[in-house]
Design a binder for this molecule. Structure first.
Ligand SMILES: CC(C)(COP(=O)(O)OP(=O)(O)OC[C@H]1O[C@@H](n2cnc3c(N)ncnc32)[C@H](O)[C@@H]1OP(=O)(O)O)[C@@H](O)C(=O)NCCC(=O)NCCS
Length: 297
């Protein structure tokens, strides 16, 4: 790519091409870091990426030259929080300012919406880290991808018990929204409705008549989950892990969730890819929120 890229909003009929940029760039990054590539080059568009365009069509941009899309960025606004959802430039076009031009537009979208906090779930790519630090975000903690097999999930079940006052029950949508508002600072009703539509399990924990935590499970992935305290969060995650009938589960755990991280690794969950959470300033109760994944947080 040469000269200034043309940046414009992503339209619904661009989603397929934009997703190709995402997959090519993230597979190249995985190869550079000596990790297996996560997705085949022709993987279908993730439904989370469609949800992002639906909720924030004015925060989704692409860089175009000669009719081809070379880079993309997507930002979401949830209450006072700006979250950078996706940011990818084609491998051959990186390091030439395309990312800078894209990120400027995504940041301006947040400014226009009056956000107070900027944050991102970042790869370890130095170009990405440089862009985020220069946009006023500071590294806060790593995010660990953890994978548990049936034996690890069984150990988790044995370790995390419920006492006589506690029980597990199906999660009521309003309860998930209330807990999310308490720990994230915004109820995220639309996101929760989308996650629920995609969920294979939605569980809550009750203690002495009070709802203390919830967790959603989507296929093998656990999250989002939130709790009033770290014990309740762990109980909800353990319940969701066991809801799948003994198969493998994947959880992405922020370093802020120290007791959840310790319990999962202690039960034999294996640590895979590491990422970094950066934020312009701390917000909410990060030790009590388990994100849904990198695209919607
Ligand atoms: C992250 C990404 C989208 C940025 O786009 P880009 O077009 O490569 O970025 P730019 O060229 O605009 O900016 C890169 C910046 O990193 C800086 N940089 C590069 N290597 C650096 C290093 N080791 N230390 C410090 N700064 C570094 C460059 O100097 C440049 O800053 P400048 O514009 O002030 O000179 C792109 O590199 C990419 O797709 N990477 C792989 C996928 C990925 O990790 N995406 C992020 C997911 S969270």
């Amino acid at each position: 790519m040469s000269g200034e890229p043309h940046i414009r909003k992503v339209r619904p009929d661009d989603l397929e091409e934009v997703w190709r940029v995402h997959v090519a760039s993230s597979n190249d990054l995985a190869a550079r870091r000596g990790r297996p590539t996560a997705r085949p080059a022709d993987a279908p568009v993730a439904s989370d990426a469609r949800a992002g365009l639906a909720s924030d069509p004015d925060g989704y941009f692409c860089a175009v030259e000669e009719g081809r899309i070379h880079g993309m960025v997507s930002a979401l606004v949830r209450g006072r929080v700006w979250y950078l959802s996706m940011f990818f430039v084609l491998p051959g076009d990186q390091g030439r300012g395309v990312g800078r031009a894209l990120l400027e537009r995504a940041l301006a979208y947040g400014e226009a919406r009056g956000v107070e906090v900027r944050c991102v779930w970042a790869s370890l790519d130095p170009r990405a880290q440089a862009r985020y630090v220069m946009a006023g975000m500071a590294p806060r903690w790593p995010i660990y991808r953890l994978e548990g097999d049936a034996a690890a999930v069984a150990r988790l079940r044995a370790r995390v018990g419920l006492d006589a006052r506690e029980r597990e029950l199906p999660c009521d949508p309003a309860a998930a929204e209330k807990l999310t508002a308490e720990v994230f600072g915004h109820g995220r009703a639309d996101d929760l409705a989308y996650w629920r539509s995609d969920a294979s399990a939605a569980l809550a924990i009750e203690r002495g008549g009070e709802l203390t935590a919830f967790a959603y499970r989507r296929g093998e992935r656990i999250g989002p989950a939130a709790g009033l305290d770290e014990t309740a969060l762990l109980q909800a995650v353990a319940a969701a892990a066991n809801a799948g009938g003994g198969g493998n589960v994947t959880v992405r755990v922020p370093g802020a969730c120290a007791s959840l991280l310790e319990a999962l690794v202690g039960c034999g969950f294996r640590i895979g890819e590491l990422a970094v959470f950066l934020a312009s300033r701390p917000f909410g109760r990060p030790e009590l929120y388990l994100p849904s994944g990198p695209i919607l947080y």
